[in-house]
Design a protein around this ligand. Structure first.
Ligand code: SF4
Ligand code: SF4
Length: 214
């Protein structure tokens, strides 16, 4: 827990003179501990790339470790739990790294939906916002600007209600078969502070650090 918060809590306890004050003290203590535990001391979005790259070799060793030891379903369950717990308290608007790092490819259905939500004719929307993705006919275009043109200055998404599936699903850590996707998860740890933290917690859960020390 950070020093100013400890001072604040001690002050609250010192001034407590009735039952309500004690309840407030207990409530704020639990809240602060939960916040810190769930993400208050997480790596900063602007530092995550450098820190993940520093851990690159260790992360690839951890991948090999999991490949040899982890049960597929159990690993999925651990990822899912961490994903739900951490994204429930992490404010993506304060990060937005993924909106700056990827060129988002859209399918035809998404193009129609987004154009309609912006009140634009499809062709005008394509001309203004998209570029050729050089892929198949199902996914012909990508958002041409990086950072994404729909990223607002306060970190929100301008097309939140119809944003592309890939945006809604990133970083995919709540999906099955994570054991088969560890390479991309390690790559995503360079972009996403939550993924970075998940890997660090999983190293603890699986006893990886003790195993490395042997
Ligand atoms: S569409 Fe929205 S969520 Fe997706 S990259 Fe752009 S700003 Fe981010
Ligand atoms: S999903 Fe990850 S990278 Fe994207 S905004 Fe949220 S924390 Fe940042």
């Amino acid at each position: 827990m950070q020093k100013p918060l400890v001072c604040f809590q001690l002050n609250l306890l010192w001034k407590a003179d009735d039952f309500d004050d004690i309840i407030s003290f207990v409530f704020f203590t639990i809240l602060i501990i939960a916040t810190v535990k769930m993400g208050g001391n997480m790596v900063r979005p602007d530092e995550v790339k450098v820190k993940a790259q520093r851990l690159g070799e260790q992360n690839y060793k951890f991948r090999a470790f999991l490949k040899n030891r982890a049960d597929r379903d159990e690993l999925d369950a651990k990822f899912l739990k961490l994903h739900n717990e951490m994204f429930a308290v992490f404010d993506c608007c304060k990060c937005t790294n993924c909106c700056k790092a990827f060129s988002i490819i859209l399918d035809n259905g998404e193009i129609k939906k987004i154009a309609a939500s912006l009140g634009m004719i499809e062709n005008d929307f394509i001309t203004e916002y998209l570029a050729n993705a050089d892929l198949d006919d199902e996914k012909p275009y990508k958002i041409k600007e990086m950072p994404c043109s729909f990223l607002l200055s306060d970190g929100r998404c301008r097309i939140q209600d119809c944003k592309p599936d890939v945006c809604a699903e990133f970083p995919f850590t709540n999906q099955p078969d994570r054991l088969l996707r560890l390479y991309s998860i390690i790559g995503h740890a360079e972009i996403c502070p939550v993924v970075f933290e998940m890997l660090e917690r999983l190293k603890g859960m699986y006893g990886f650090r003790n195993w490395v020390r042997k």
